[in-house]
Write a protein that binds this ligand. Sequence first.
Ligand code: PRP
Length: 216
Amino acid sequence: MTQQITLALSKGRIFEETLPLLEAAAIQVLEDPEKSRKLILATSRPEVRVVLVRATDVPTYVQYGGADIGVAGKDSLIEHGGQGLFRPLDLQIAKCRVSVAVRADFDYAAAVRQGARLRVATKYTSIARDFFAGKGVHVDLIKLYGSMELAPLTGLADAIVDLVSTGNTLKANHLVEVEQIMDISSHLVVNQAALKLKQAPLKRIIDAFAGAIPRG
Ligand code: PRP
């Protein structure tokens, strides 16, 4: 009997940069998520389907078996906690970093040195909490779900902790990157029960991905 495999991906860079890895596993996605509202996409292999979820939801889908396998950013994995997930590969795709950014006229060095309380807006509360705790800086964390760049511009926060790739978004909003917290790339995550029950088809995909990881 053919076993059904469900792969969780998020739209955008992770989806685009996973396509060559899927090609290496002889899997072509048959629909373009940018042109369709469908959330379940068929592939050239009848037993493999792709489900489109929010980037932060990929670890949750895979943890609870809504998907057998997924591609998740290290940022999302840290915030999720990683429970119930087997994490066999760093895919070296969708690379970026998590950084601290402030308004160009904000004296970050002084604020950190004086031990003042820093108001930090972010979607990445675990990463931000650990980073500032490690520096011994007191922070008031303000949880946001997007458009973090607005927070220092409107007076909601002194600083943000956000993903930076080209730096264009910060620049367009007159913010400066003052500290890099960590490098980010996307990882393959696998449901632990599925790894046992669907071992052969999952191993084929994991091995094909491993052989196609971009170098450098
Ligand atoms: C991320 C991040 C920044 C932007 C940085 O958003 O939140 O806004 O990318 O990229 P840049 O340095 O190349 O300008 P993303 O597009 O992942 O979507 P989001 O707003 O949903 O987080």
